[in-house]
Structures are given as structure tokens and as C-alpha cells.
Design a protein around this ligand. Structure first.
Ligand SMILES: [Zn+2]
Length: 293
């Protein structure tokens, strides 16, 4: 009887200790960081390891160029210690403002800091419906491995500031990640240098930085996500046929009609890509292989 009482007391003490240990760091069980898109989560998880939970704002299948997060999603992101923005996407400014007003302590980190942005390669639809091209920075920065290295370094610096106790771990993880990205960049450079193919067709111009990195020519057939007029459709076939390109990339998140028909007329292979996939590094390797093939 006495023994049983003793065991029960031991259990109570153990439970108390456990509760105290968990409750010490606040009410949340895991510390949270937020990012805009899945490729950023790839980079940040490689640096942060399992010390942090990383949540992505842009839901699967959402169009990043017409995105408005739901209230429940915003609430989950607002509990983060930091929100890492791509720095070039329209929705980020308003989201960052709404997060900061709900949680003044949240740190907003612009991961595009130090990236040489391209202009004139991508259109942007204003709230009044008008389309601008030349003054707007091309938002698809992560289609470049050198850009991704800058993004990773910015993430690492911010994380070290937020959690200096684990700075050594974050720096070591970041060094490993940067070495991996550099190796892939070297491989792609070597692969494309030997390739006689220097042009590729694409519907939405989301590979401008990739084309710049490897001196390729991106021939974009459409920009904003709209139905094509018969005249535009015919022009596209002419452009594609004259481009002498062997491959045309189509994108899951932009459901353009009749892109297969254009590719067939131009005698180009269609290859579906999704730039918003988590493992965007493998995605870039696939794109390089398809161009060089
Ligand atoms: Zn775009």
C-alpha cells in the first residue's frame, strides 16, 4: 500500500517537472516561422532544421499573382516569430502590414535584399486592370540558383539574430545548403555550355533569371492569365514556329488554353513544370536537362 502511494507521488512529481519544462517557453509547443511560397520553405528548413516549424502562406494551386490569404491562414501565420517575404510579390506588402498590426513583434525579413532584380521581363496587372511591364521587378527570383544563395544567406542572418544561441548550427546548415546550390549551379552551367540549344518556349515568362544565368533566350507566348483571342493565338504559332526551339514549358499554375496546339504546330516538346514546388532545385535541374536534351 505504501509502495503504491510512493509510485503515485513519483508520477506526480515527474508530471509536474514535464509541465514546467514545456510551459517555460510560452504557450506554443513549436516555434514558428512563415514564408510566402514553398521554395522558400525548402531553403529555410535546410537552415533551421527541426528547431522551427515553417508554414507557407501560398496554398497549393493558388495563383501567386492574384492571391488573398484566408483569415484562418493569416491567424496561423501571425503566431510566427518572423515572416520571410520573397520581396517581389504583390500580396506580400498587404499581408506583412496585416501581420504587423496583429503582432507588432513579428519580424519581416526581405529575402530579396542584395538580388539584382530584372525589369521589363514580366507584366503586372494593377488593381484597375491595367497591365504594366517595364517598371516592375520580375517576381520569379527563385528561378536562379545564385539568387537562391542570396535568399538563403538572408534567411540565415535573420535566424541568427532571432535565435543567437543556435547561431553555430544555423551557419553550418547554411554553409552546407549553399555548397549544394553552388554544385547544382556548376553542373547546369557545364551541361548548358555544351548544348547547341539556346532557346526555349514558355507560356508565362517565369524563367527570366534562369535564362540570364545561363545566357539562354526565353521566348514567352503569353503573360497574364487570360483567354487568347484568335489573332493572339495565330501570332503565338508564328512566333513559336520561327523560334526554332525544341521544348516548350507549360506550368501547372497557369492553365492556358491551347498551349499544346501551339507547341505541336511549332514542333516543340511540351514539358510541364511547377515553379512553386517545394524542391525547386530538382525542378531547375529538370529544366536544364530538357533544354540540353
Ligand atoms: Zn509571373
Amino acid at each position: 500500500m505504501l509502495m503504491k502511494k510512493y509510485i503515485v507521488t513519483l508520477w506526480a512529481v515527474a508530471l509536474m517537472l514535464l509541465t514546467a519544462a514545456c510551459g517555460g517557453s510560452g504557450s506554443r509547443s513549436a516555434k514558428r516561422l512563415a514564408v510566402s511560397i514553398e521554395p522558400q520553405r525548402y531553403l529555410l528548413e535546410h537552415i533551421a532544421g527541426d528547431r522551427w516549424e515553417v508554414v507557407t502562406l501560398l496554398e497549393k494551386g493558388s495563383d501567386p499573382e492574384n492571391f488573398d490569404p484566408t483569415v484562418s491562414l493569416l491567424r496561423s501565420v501571425s503566431e510566427a516569430d518572423a515572416y520571410f517575404i520573397v520581396g517581389t510579390m504583390d500580396f506580400e506588402k498587404s499581408v506583412a502590414g496585416r501581420l504587423s498590426s496583429g503582432n507588432p513583434d513579428i519580424k519581416i525579413v526581405d529575402t530579396s535584399k542584395g538580388i539584382e532584380l530584372l525589369t521589363g521581363t514580366h507584366s503586372h496587372r494593377g488593381s484597375d486592370g491595367s497591365v504594366h511591364t517595364h517598371t516592375v521587378a520580375d517576381p520569379h527570383t527563385w528561378s536562379s540558383l545564385p539568387n537562391a544563395i542570396v535568399m538563403a544567406t538572408n534567411m540565415c542572418d535573420a535566424l541568427v539574430e532571432i535565435d543567437p544561441d543556435n547561431a553555430g548550427i544555423y551557419r553550418a546548415n547554411c554553409d552546407t545548403l549553399v555548397a549544394q546550390l553552388e554544385a547544382v549551379h556548376r553542373d547546369i552551367t557545364a551541361e548548358l555550355v555544351q548544348s547547341p540549344h539556346r532557346r526555349f518556349l514558355i507560356w508565362h515568362p517565369s524563367l527570366s533569371y534562369f535564362a540570364r544565368d545561363y545566357s539562354l533566350e526565353q521566348i514567352s507566348l503569353g503573360d497574364t492569365n487570360r483567354e487568347l483571342s484568335p489573332l493572339t493565338f495565330k501570332n503565338n504559332i508564328d512566333i513559336a514556329s520561327n523560334a526554332d526551339s525544341i521544348v516548350m514549358f507549360t506550368q501547372t499554375d497557369y492553365d492556358y488554353n491551347r498551349s499544346d496546339a501551339v507547341a505541336r504546330q511549332a514542333r516543340a516538346r511540351t514539358v510541364e513544370i511547377n515553379q512553386l514546388d517545394y524542391d525547386f532545385v530538382s525542378g531547375l535541374q529538370t529544366i536544364a536537362k530538357e533544354i540540353a536534351r
